[in-house]
Design a protein around this ligand. Sequence first.
Ligand code: ATP
Length: 236
Amino acid sequence: MTPVLSVDNVKKRFGGIVAVDGLNLEVEPGEIVGLIGPNGAGKTTTLNLITGFLTPNEGRISLNGTEVTGDSPDSISKSGIGRTFQISKPFGRLSVYENLLVPNVSCGPTEQEARIDRLLQELHLEEVRENRADELSGGQKKLLELARVLMLEPDLILLDEPAAGINPALMDDIIDDIQRINEQGTAILVIEHDMSVISELCERVVVMNAGRNIASGTFEEIRGDETVCEAYLGGT
Ligand code: ATP
């Protein structure tokens, strides 16, 4: 099977700092993969490389078997990768509904309306449909961002810390939503520091340290790995 994402020997330097140092990483269609590691391991830089916000110094990145290394964020988004950010920034003065009109969908207006209606229902945003986005809670803003990404029906979504700053009462909903999105056929790569979220969501976990992939396996497998415990999970 062709991986939906393939990161092959990728390096990124910032002056003298090697943030990503020969990284290899794959996501298969239908997988939920966790990307974990200590602060400064290179996780966010990796997302920026995959989504075209940064260009690697070496290596190649492919989506569904087609190389996209060095392509623009706009072109990569059109090739089927969606991304959410650690801090969601919807258009605050627009309503929730209007925010979902912004993505440049390739379908016609009837299908666009149907997608908006379905996503507002599925992501518990129907009641706040006409509210301004800056009136939403932190968790609702994350759900709106997820809905915005899903408007483009991506093959792969990169989630940057979906649990950060979320009211614990909303956490189970968000985990259920991510699982449902995955069951509908979207592969997911998720960065997260909350190990309970990683263990609940991810079939496979990749551990990064100092810009490299130092281990990969189920959460149970990597939790028992000595190198991983030394680098990151010592206290878990
Ligand atoms: P965290 O879990 O704290 O978000 P991370 O694993 O996402 O960390 P990165 O943010 O990718 O790590 O940072 C990797 C390394 O690259 C760090 O040493 C960081 O200081 C450095 N770095 C990241 N972006 C830049 C930049 N634009 N210019 C210079 N150095 C950078």
